[in-house]
Design a protein around this ligand. Structure first.
Ligand code: HEM
Length: 404
């Protein structure tokens, strides 16, 4: 089988599931040449990704960052201001400072607000009978949520989301490298303003607790807050948007599972959400760098080698999941790796993300009658985030809640 997990054409229809299956069966630790880089090991088995994720000193996130493309030292120095690209002990300190905002309890408190935001988003389109799911629904929830988390106006949340879209594009006709750089500057400047405002007028939001959080006298500096803000907006936006779109598509593609879910929504929604995460896996891969010579499954890995872990492949690993290609809304247990392979970098926003996904699917499945596809989705070809740019949907027009 021809293996190419770099070219965006390999992702034109989503993850390259067939390549993953071949790799797991034939070459679970596979050397991949790279035209614009040193080449890397493709890690495709669940247990190997788990082992790598849990040994951050041996498999570093900081040494060369966590993205596939090579970055120069100046770029890396900037990236290392974000916890995603830190190793212990810096990462331990940072996590201690920020994690109080992200406990399951805090997420639970957010639950009611997230349900209201989801209902409002549906209210805005429900009379129309058709819309673009990505633009009008899925993309709006994370931007409304980030505004809520940060205690900033909703319109500002939407602008921040637009900025992340500029930052993430790899298409120069959408945004030039200069425009992408300007988007970063605009977001950091905005974050600095939030820091100043929240210090002067603390509110009941995560931004205020982050600015004030102090552990044994240690607190985030302004620039640490700015980069954390940027990471949060970036990490929580496209991922959730794409999960919602791909999850809905999975229900369209599996009408029996959709009917089963609707018939027993309260008890099946939690497992259905986990299955959507497993089956669609929004984050395709992250990079680690080996810090010493080591061996994985009998293959020698040299100090300095680049490794790419593929979460989608782990999530279809037949050694862990029974009938892994089947979409089963009741699957249990479901120890998927959509939020990472465990260890210190496990997604900080996973409790919040789960609440968003549950709230939105509850709205979609209870309020939009006659919900169906309105045309083929437009996938965006990326070797990092699995998703779609647009996805037309149709439904029976109805009244917004306020008028019911
Ligand atoms: C479906 C939605 C989401 C998916 C699939 C996802 C996935 C991931 C993955 C794979 C990682 C890296 C884990 C690792 O390296 O082991 C991660 C890290 C992270 N995520 Fe998420 N994420 C989602 C939503 C969110 C949301 C809503 C937020 C914030 C509100 C968020 C904030 C973060 C942060 C801050 C990190 C870095 C954690 C660290 O380095 O310690 N994510 N996420």
């Amino acid at each position: 089988m021809h293996i190419d997990v770099i070219s965006t054409s390999s992702y034109a229809h989503g993850h390259p599931w067939e390549q993953y299956a071949w790799l797991r069966a034939n070459a679970p630790v596979f050397w991949h040449e790279e035209p614009e880089g040193p080449g890397f090991w493709v890690i495709s088995k669940y247990d190997d990704i788990k082992m790598i994720s849990r040994q951050p000193r041996l498999f570093s996130s900081a040494a060369k960052g966590v993205m596939m493309p090579e970055t120069d030292e100046a770029g890396l120095a900037a990236q290392r201001l974000m916890m995603l690209n830190m190793d212990p002990p810096q990462h331990d300190r940072f996590k201690l400072l920020v994690s109080r905002g992200f406990t399951p309890r805090n997420a639970q408190l957010l639950g009611d607000r997230i349900a209201t935001l989801s209902a409002e988003i549906i209210d805005d389109i429900i009379e129309r009978g058709e819309c673009d799911f990505v633009h009008d629904i899925a993309g709006r929830l994370p931007s409304a949520l980030i505004a809520e988390l940060m205690g900033i106006p909703r319109a500002d949340g939407e602008r921040l989301y637009e900025l992340t879209e500029l930052m993430h594009t790899t298409d120069d006709s959408v945004a030039s490298p200069e425009q992408r750089g300007m988007a970063v500057v605009e977001m950091l400047t905005y974050a600095q303003q939030v820091a100043v405002d929240k210090r002067a007028h603390p509110g009941d939001d995560i931004a205020s607790s982050l600015i004030q959080a102090s552990v044994d006298g240690d607190a985030l500096t302004d620039s640490e807050f700015q980069w954390f803000f940027l990471l949060l907006v970036n990490a929580g936006g496209d991922t959730t948007r794409n999960l919602l779109a791909a999850g809905l598509q999975a229900l369209f593609d599996h009408p029996d599972e959709r009917a089963r879910l609707i018939a027993d929504l309260d008890s099946l929604l939690p497992t259905a959400v986990e299955e959507m995460l497993r089956y669609t896996t929004p984050v395709i891969n992250f990079r680690r760098t080996a810090m010493a010579d080591t061996v994985i499954r009998g293959t020698a890995i040299a100090a300095g080698d680049k490794l790419m872990v593929f979460y989608g492949s782990a999530n279809r690993d037949e050694d862990v999941f029974v009938d892994p290609d089947r979409f089963d809304v009741g699957r249990n247990p479901n120890p998927h790796m959509a939020f990472g392979g465990g260890g210190p970098h496990l997604c900080l926003g996973m409790h919040v993300a789960r609440l968003e996904i549950k709230a939105m699917f509850r709205e979609l499945l209870t309020r939009l009658t006659g919900l169906g596809s309105g045309g083929p989705p437009q996938p965006f070809a990326s070797n990092f985030i699995a998703g779609v740019n647009s996805m037309p949907i149709v439904f029976t027009p109805a009244k917004p809640l306020a008028q019911v």
